[in-house]
Design a protein around this ligand. Structure first.
Ligand code: NAD
Length: 424
């Protein structure tokens, strides 16, 4: 891999290395001009912030957070904020780059961004998380705005986190600015249909993939890794369409029942116990076992780098629907492709979230709100159209679906950059 402008190469196997490796493949297929390719593989700007938070029992504790804008040629930047102990700048750069491609693949007028704080919020009290969020929001407010960069929830952040960010930004302005974040509670300018939109997009794209093989949800079994926002809604929406969800997992481990899990009861169990483990009428399995569990559809909806050169050949599913960002390593991509697995790549599969976020932002800017039925119908149309556009690109160029999605997206961004011209 060629070094970046600062002379560094991201560590092999890191999310940023994976994102750049995928980018290089797509740029070659596109025959992208070398200068343009070099431009598009660099983030536009990166902010690192170190900030204090007062802990409940008195002392200050320092935290580090990041906000990265990858590219702005198609519009303001959009991307989630993650709270996780393993957050690092390279991960945030990768996630920001994937957001640029994701927005382009579903053709919404945004560039990509991502943010994160190195923290395990489960080890903090609610008021500590609130103070951390308000301080982080203030620190990144120099590059965050409804016109410039609009955050959203990601791993370990949610509607409440977005409410605090929106309120913090609004306090500094002196008036309410709901359009500065998406994924807010509906009561303060959030959108109906946003909370389950990413899972709905996973459900819609998988349904279109099944149709290509003459199947419907009634014919298939599903395993889902990660039972948070994306995984839990993907699982229940697929089950509502008739699929048998046979295994799910979270950070604590997994559970399986080849006869199918009762998703409603499972959600109640998780609401009570926080984890899927201990759910009655299911066997305990590990996350590794979940990935290779006997099923038709495997939906990794947790974190990066789950399907690797070591486990990809044991995957039994014939559809892999990437609800998570970057769950598959490049080596695993090759193995899955050789096995004939139908991959629905992350930038397509999980784009329902950012699409509904786009709807939320448009509604906030206009102070005019749509019905849930309107939102779901628009979301379904955009996701299905993007799915078939990616399939057509794969067919036309005789490439795998990940490459096809990236080629479609990167081509759109490169075209916008060319039309705007390189400043000055
Ligand atoms: P979340 O915090 O709501 O849920 C994450 C889930 O993954 C939890 O159940 C957690 O226990 C589980 N998990 C964590 N580590 C795990 C491990 N090692 N093995 C198995 N499970 C593990 O987060 P989310 O918002 O659902 O995000 C999940 C993925 O989807 C991330 O890759 C995120 O970037 C991506 N994504 C999220 C959205 C969104 O709208 N929330 C949109 C697009 C993509």
């Amino acid at each position: 891999m060629r070094p970046l402008a600062d002379g560094t190469i991201p560590p092999e196997g890191s999310a940023y290395w994976v994102a750049l490796t995928q980018f290089e493949t797509a740029a070659r297929v596109l025959n992208l001009d070398e200068g343009m390719a070099d431009y598009l593989r660099h983030p536009k700007r990166e902010l690192t912030v170190n900030f204090p938070v007062t802990m409940d029992d008195g002392p200050l504790r320092m935290f580090t957070g990041y906000r990265v804008h990858h590219n702005t040629v198609r519009g303001p930047t959009k991307g989630g904020i993650r709270y996780h102990p393993n957050v690092d700048l390279n991960e945030v750069r990768a996630l920001a780059m994937w957001m640029t491609w994701k927005c382009a693949v579903v053709n919404i007028p945004y560039g990509g961004a991502k943010g994160g704080v190195i923290v395990d919020p489960n080890l903090l009290s609610q008021s500590e998380v609130r103070r951390l969020t308000r301080r982080f929001a203030t620190e990144i407010s120099i590059i965050m705005s409804p016109e410039g960069d609009i955050p959203a929830p990601d791993v370990n952040t949610n509607a409440q986190t977005m409410a605090w960010i929106m309120d913090t930004y609004s306090m500094h302005k002196g008036y309410s600015v709901p359009a500065v974040v998406t994924g807010k509670p509906v009561q303060i300018g959030g959108s109906l249909g946003r909370v389950d939109a990413t899972g709905r997009g996973v459900m819609v794209t998988t349904r279109e993939a099944l149709k290509l093989r003459g199947k419907s949800y009634r014919d298939v079994t599903v395993a889902v890794q990660g039972f948070g926002n994306v995984g839990s809604f993907a699982a229940s929406l697929m089950a509502a369409e008739g699929a048998k969800v046979v295994a799910v997992s979270d950070a604590s481990g997994g559970i399986a029942n080849s006869k199918g899990l009762d998703l409603k009861a499972l959600k109640e169990h998780v609401a009570r116990n926080k984890i899927v483990k201990g759910f009655p009428e299911a066997d305990e399995i590990t996350n590794q076992e979940l990935l290779t569990y006997k099923c038709d559809v495997l939906a990794p909806c947790a974190l990066e780098n789950q399907l690797t050169g070591q486990n990809a050949d044991q995957v039994k599913a014939w559809i892999v629907a990437e609800g998570a960002n970057g769950p598959t390593m490049p080596e695993a991509d090759r193995i899955l492709e050789d096995k004939g697995v139908m991959l629905i790549p992350d930038i397509l599969c999980n784009a329902g979230g950012v699409t509904a976020s786009y709807f939320e932002w448009v509604q906030d800017l206009q102070s005019f709100f749509w019905t849930e039925a309107e939102i779901n119908a628009r979301l379904e149309r955009i996701m299905a159209e993007a799915f078939h556009a990616v399939m057509a690109e794969a067919e036309k160029r005789k490439v795998g679906r990940r490459v096809a999605a990236q080629v479609l997206a990167i081509g759109r961004v490169a075209e916008a950059a060319t039309l705007r011209g390189i400043y000055p």
